[in-house]
Design a protein around this ligand. Sequence first.
Ligand SMILES: NC(=O)c1ccc[n+]([C@@H]2O[C@H](COP(=O)([O-])OP(=O)(O)OC[C@H]3O[C@@H](n4cnc5c(N)ncnc54)[C@H](O)[C@@H]3O)[C@@H](O)[C@H]2O)c1
Length: 254
Amino acid sequence: MIPKRGEGQAVLVTGSSRGIGRAIAQRFAAEGYHVVAMDIPRQETDLKEAQALIREAGGRCDIVFGDVSNPESVKTFVAEAKAIAGHIDVLVNNAGVLSLALVDDIEPDEWDRMYDVNTKGTFLVCKALLAQFREAGRGRIVNIASIGGKRGAPMQAHYCSSKAAVIGFTHILAQEVAKDGITVNAVCPGIIDTDMGRNNYRDEKALQAVKDKTALGRLGYPDDVVGAVAFFASSDASFITGQALNVCGGIIFH
Ligand SMILES: NC(=O)c1ccc[n+]([C@@H]2O[C@H](COP(=O)([O-])OP(=O)(O)OC[C@H]3O[C@@H](n4cnc5c(N)ncnc54)[C@H](O)[C@@H]3O)[C@@H](O)[C@H]2O)c1
């Protein structure tokens, strides 16, 4: 049974039109949070579908559009989210991008795109909400990093290093804002069955290899990730900050 830990609270989830972000939004709504789901304008159809699914299930969900990598856009959609919900209690930085290339072949612009969305995007949305969290004397930030940020994988130097930076950022922000009642943690998914995750297993052989290297012997699904995110947002995690928790079925162990 899903606990009703979110009554009276609001959560902003970036990149929540599909995949892990959509599942996180659905989980928070099921816990009673007012969800503000955010994504890029190109994802309007999917974001509206996510909103409709949450509302059909009896949850509260509004949507905002923007681009986490653009400072002006972040200011605008965070202000909209606050105006809609009255206050934001929990921020989930989930928006992310991945492409595959050997270091020899990564174009500088593509390197920047990974960092702009995955790393700078996380920084910008945190920065935009810190004043409100400080004023409230409480806030919860959960950054979706990746086990790639701890171990890495060939063809993903730009992606994995951008996620390692998210973990480093989480450690540092946690120390800076702890005195203000704000916790900052990261969740590091393993290989999860989404549009992005499928880059890791484009055929049956690669899928089997993923299962073989996972202690639990299977692929992860978006719903496998949401419990850890909701836990970090809850009062059960009030003495936990600056941590990066692997949710990977046992691919890495540190
Ligand atoms: N799927 C996996 O195997 C896996 C593993 C580890 C970490 N992750 C991380 O989990 C998060 C969700 O990934 P997913 O697998 O659901 O991927 P996905 O591609 O299905 O979803 C990513 C979402 O982010 C949105 N997005 C992209 N750029 C954006 C921007 N500039 N502004 C706002 N939103 C933007 C996309 O539109 C999309 O809705 C990402 O941060 C990803 O790096 C995924």
